[in-house]
Design a protein around this ligand. Sequence first.
Ligand SMILES: C[S@@+](CC[C@H](N)C(=O)[O-])C[C@H]1O[C@@H](n2cnc3c(N)ncnc32)[C@H](O)[C@@H]1O
Length: 326
Amino acid sequence: MSQQTSCPNAQLRWCNNQPFSTQYEDVYFNSENGLEETDYVFLQGNSLTERFQTSAGKNFVIAETGFGSGMNFLSTWKLWQEHAPENARLHYISAERFPFSKEDLQKAMQTWPEFQPFLLELIQQYPPLMSGFHRLSFPDSRITLTLMFGDATNMYSQLTARIDAWFLDGFAPSKNADMWHEDLFRTMATLSHSETTFATFTSASKVRKGLQAAGFEIRKIPGFGPKREILTGQFSSTQPVNTGTPWLTLPLPPAHQKHAIIIGAGLAGACTAWSLVQRGWKVEVIDQHPAAAQAGSGNHQGRCMPNCQQNQSVAASCTCKDFCMP
Ligand SMILES: C[S@@+](CC[C@H](N)C(=O)[O-])C[C@H]1O[C@@H](n2cnc3c(N)ncnc32)[C@H](O)[C@@H]1O
């Protein structure tokens, strides 16, 4: 059976329990007030408190470059808990080329007790470090996390989604020129709509010009601490949003009050029901039998023909996940 490709993990040096990347020779977050900077740059930079408060009945979709220690995700999760209405759902999508191990995540976030309940849930579901798409679900918080282990441009160009807010976080452009590339900005544009915002800690002219050329309006605002300026902005182009192929569409349209009736509680019916419930749908399954898998799906032995591939595509991850993962 073929194997999924494992991806290189983050090479770290630790200083006062704070991670430093030896691959990029750069810090993951500001060592003195990383949390406040995250809040200022990414959460306030995208006006998330106000937007979460008014997201009733909606799916709110955030996309990030560089999951790293998970600090941005955990900060967003906390803000979501505090402000989002009960019938809203958050989809958080993040690309990471060099993921942390579970142990490194724990070590990096141990300084912040307020994250511990969320961190525990994240660690429980954190996937093996294999290239491709990994879907994590936190139904009690109405959050879905799609972790894409691989290069940001490569992964986002395989995605069909409607992003509401971008967190552009990927080390300084001077240390990571590969990521801050016009291909990334163009890919962002295909996933954005007229209310999509972005925020980033950098104000490098390469980033500003690249985003402008891709159709984003740019605002320079004062930076955090000693940083002079950072960039925020909104997608302003009138070009049509990429709707993509329907079988790869992610995430689904607003799930609020969506109701499905599924006839048949065999494998197909049960899997479809599970998948819809993960997305917040109300589901009724109707079957002539009193329990699931009582007919053909209840066979004690079956045969499957997985189509395993070694590339990092969505299709490869979906197909192989159930058959090839250790
Ligand atoms: C400053 S750190 C991000 C910190 C992170 N958002 C957090 O909350 O801890 C930058 C991250 O971007 C990742 N990265 C760098 N280049 C990348 C690329 N081309 N594609 C995906 N991730 C990349 C790095 O591995 C690193 O984890």
